[in-house]
Write a protein that binds this ligand. Structure first.
Ligand SMILES: *Cc1c(COP(=O)(O)O)cnc(C)c1O
Length: 220
């Protein structure tokens, strides 16, 4: 019951232009079904095998997003259904996604992950690398991937000023790239603890797990 309540309350707060990815990692299929029955259609997972297992048993109009760090050799297992891959960390990964997308005659949408947090443990590329990729002739040659935007994670801190600064820096990068002619529409930033700050700073896609499904048993 609480899943439905959480979801409805959260959606009521969201501006129209912000889409919600319900992050269901570690949660059972029955929880996802509850959210689905309450109208949610976009779900995010961070492990490919777990997402495949859930995809196979759940309604086929769900849009599955891969939000975790990617193991390149596993991309093939989700290439026939994944809708958006958030955590792309380099050209090599894009090449593999393209190769797998081609096998299924699909165009797989991708977001490039930008490192905005101070913590060393967070994944992501620096702005120069992102620019290089977006301007590369290799990317132009990839018919089965489409880079539609950027994704970032703020530092894990209670310092809201810091979080706000990091999200604002990503929005600046996003705007600058678009000014330079990149056609980016998705800015994925914000999780349960910081999605309000993210939206204030220009996010149009939030990835929310525990605020919908409750706390996870382990940090994934
Ligand atoms: C787990 C996860 C989320 C959701 O985290 P919550 O704090 O539970 O909302 C969002 N983004 C990524 C990349 C994640 O791994």
């Amino acid at each position: 019951m609480f899943i439905k309540q959480n979801l409805i309350q959260l959606k009521e707060q969201l501006p129209e232009h912000v889409s919600l990815v319900a992050v269901s990692k570690t949660k059972p299929v029955s929880d996802i079904q509850v959210a689905y029955d309450a109208g949610q259609r976009i779900f995010g997972e961070n492990r490919i095998q777990e997402m495949v297992n859930k995809y196979e048993v759940l309604p086929k109009d769900i849009e599955w997003h891969m939000i975790g760090h990617l193991q390149r050799n596993k991309i093939k297992y989700m290439a026939h259904f994944v809708d958006l891959i958030h955590g792309v960390d380099g050209l090599k990964t894009l090449l593999e996604i393209d190769k797998q997308g081609k096998k299924h005659q699909r165009v797989i949408k991708c977001l490039l992950q930008v490192k905005i947090a101070k913590e060393e443990t967070k994944f992501g590329m620096d702005v120069e690398t992102i620019q290089t990729i977006l301007n590369s002739s290799e990317l132009e040659g990839l018919d089965n991937v489409q880079v539609t935007g950027l994704m970032g994670m703020a530092s894990f801190t209670s310092d809201t000023e810091q979080i706000s600064k990091e999200f604002a820096s990503l929005k600046t990068v996003f705007d600058q790239l678009n000014k330079d002619g990149c056609n980016l529409s998705v800015l994925s930033m914000g999780m349960s603890g910081d999605y309000k700050i993210a939206i204030e700073n220009g996010s149009n896609m939030i990835r929310v797990g525990s605020a919908i499904f409750g706390l996870r048993n382990y940090i994934a």
